[in-house]
Structures are given as structure tokens and as C-alpha cells.
Design a protein around this ligand. Structure first.
Ligand code: DHB
Ligand code: FE
Length: 285
């Protein structure tokens, strides 16, 4: 039986990955951000997820303005990274989980979420940074990611966007898909992005809104699902729409959750830096 063992939200600013590649986590101004993952590492050692579904927005590696699916999922046996020019120069391969991917595809399409399927997918900083934060290895350079991964992309780049409500419902449908998978899997659902930022405009950081989002993602995610995309852009900047990845995550990890770790700091590069780990099962692992 498959089940969701946790949900993690995190910012994915490329300088996070660059800092990890250089092993300089302790010597940057946002060192507390890395330190905030210590309870995540303890939790991972205890709970031992074996598959990570990574919800993120592709930044131009797979999809560009000429070809922009609203939702897309990887169904491959493996995924590779690409040199985006900001910190992932070494070729890396990430193991896929095609059986669960295809089950999610079947289940989503049966529920009228007509998601695009990708047999081959380049994994960008948004996915990889989150995985490296959760599984940093010995903290010097990039560690091996010891779990299988499923990339799932939400369009937060080019209008028209899926609404936050649609994203929340997609999360519910992903949760149902995982829970109905006959194979064994302990799934960590990762929502990668945000919080407030608009590249080139540091002034778009909105601390109050970010803290509100972190509160509501735990206590009342339906509140966040009622925002329009335009309202989120007004409040949190154009890239603040990456919040949608957190909303999908929380839709998948539904019901009551306990907060294992939570941290917010300003700024990381242009961004309101945030992380949070949610556990739906408490000690019942
Ligand atoms: C930054 C943030 C992002 O989410 C991203 O994808 C790229 C850069 C930044 O703050 O620099
Ligand atoms: Fe981004």
C-alpha cells in the first residue's frame, strides 16, 4: 500500500543550490535557512520516505512560451538536470518511479485532470534544490538523492494560469491517486517555490503575506485557494505564483497535520525564503 508520509514546502532560489555545491552553507547570510532543515533530516531518518513527488514550475528547461502545458508529469525511469547557468553544472541522474507515475496519470485523467505526460524531462533548479535540501549527503557538494522522484510541473510562468482552487483540487486528486496505488511506497510530497518574489524587483517581497500563507497552509488551506492568480501577483509578485506548488502539496497532504519544521527569513536573493515540513501521521509511521 502506498501512502503519503509528509509534505514539504520550500523556496528554490538557485543560490541555495550554488551554495550547497560549494559547501558554503555555514558562511552565507542565509545560513539559518540551511540550519532550519536539521529537524527535516531527523524526520527523514525516522520516517524513511522512498519516493518524492516534486511539484514545481518549470523555468524554461522543458516548456517555453511556444509549448506550455498547464500540468505535466514525468513518467520516466530517470531524469537528468541541465546546466541552467546558475549552479547545476555537473551532470546528474535522478531515478524515476514510472509505475506510480503512470498510476497517477490514469487516476488524474479518470478524474478529469488531463495532465501532460513526459517520458523524458530535464529537472531544473526548482526540483533539484528542494531534493538537495532534504537529502544533502554529507553537506559538501551535492549528495546522492536516495529516493525515486516524480517531477510534476504546474504552469506558474505564462498566463492563463491554473487557479489556486484548481491547484488545490489537483492536490486532492494526487492524494487519492497515491492512496489507491497497490504497490508499496512511502511518499513525500514536495511543493517547491515562493514565497513572495518578482525577479528583478526585490521590493515585491511581502513578509506579512508570506507569513499569512505559512499560517493558512497549515490551518486553513482553502483560504489560500480562494485567491485569484491576479491577487497573488499583486500581493506577492509575479513569481509569487509559485505559491501554487505549496497549495497543490497541501491538497495532497489533506486533513490535520503537525508542523515538524518551519522557517522564514528575508531575503534569500530576491525572495521571501520559506520552508515548512508537515506530517499528517504524527508518530504513526
Ligand atoms: C530566484 C528565485 C526563484 O524562484 C527562481 O526560480 C530563480 C531566482 C531569486 O530570488 O534569485
Ligand atoms: Fe522560481
Amino acid at each position: 500500500m502506498a501512502r503519503i508520509v509528509g509534505g514539504l514546502g520550500t523556496s528554490h532560489v538557485p543560490i541555495i543550490g550554488r551554495t550547497m555545491a560549494a559547501g558554503k552553507q555555514a558562511s552565507v547570510s542565509f545560513a539559518p535557512f540551511f540550519a532550519s532543515f536539521a529537524p527535516v533530516h531527523d524526520w527523514i531518518a525516522r520516517v524513511r520516505p522512498d519516493i518524492a513527488i516534486v511539484l514545481y514550475n518549470d523555468h524554461g528547461l522543458n516548456f517555453f512560451l511556444d509549448n506550455m502545458p498547464t500540468f505535466a508529469i514525468g513518467v520516466g525511469h530517470s531524469y537528468h538536470n541541465e546546466d541552467e547557468g546558475w549552479g547545476e553544472p555537473a551532470p546528474r541522474l535522478f531515478r524515476g518511479a514510472p509505475d506510480l507515475s503512470w498510476h497517477i496519470v490514469q487516476s488524474l485523467i479518470a478524474e478529469e485532470f488531463d495532465i501532460s505526460t513526459c517520458r523524458d524531462m530535464a529537472f531544473d533548479h526548482a526540483g533539484i534544490t528542494a531534493l538537495d535540501l532534504v537529502w544533502p549527503g554529507d553537506g559538501v557538494g551535492h549528495g546522492d538523492i536516495p529516493v525515486a522522484v516524480i517531477p510534476l510541473v504546474v504552469n506558474a510562468v505564462q498566463p492563463p494560469f491554473p487557479t489556486p482552487l484548481r491547484c488545490y483540487k489537483l492536490g486532492h486528486a494526487i492524494g487519492r491517486a497515491i492512496n489507491s496505488f497497490a504497490g508499496d511506497a512511502r511518499v513525500l510530497v514536495i511543493g517547491s517555490g515562493g514565497l513572495s518574489h518578482e525577479l528583478g524587483q526585490s521590493g515585491k517581497i511581502n513578509r506579512d503575506f508570506d507569513l499569512l500563507c505559512m499560517d493558512k497552509i497549515v490551518s486553513d488551506p482553502a483560504f489560500l485557494a480562494r485567491y485569484s492568480n491576479d491577487e497573488i501577483v499583486d500581493l506577492a509578485g509575479a513569481q509569487g505564483l509559485e505559491l501554487m506548488n505549496w497549495i497543490v502539496m497541501r491538497g495532497a497532504v489533506s486533513g490535520d497535520v503537525s508542523v515538524v519544521a518551519s522557517h522564514y527569513e528575508l531575503p534569500i536573493s530576491h525572495t521571501g525564503g520559506a520552508m515548512m515540513l508537515l506530517d499528517p501521521n504524527g508518530k504513526d509511521h
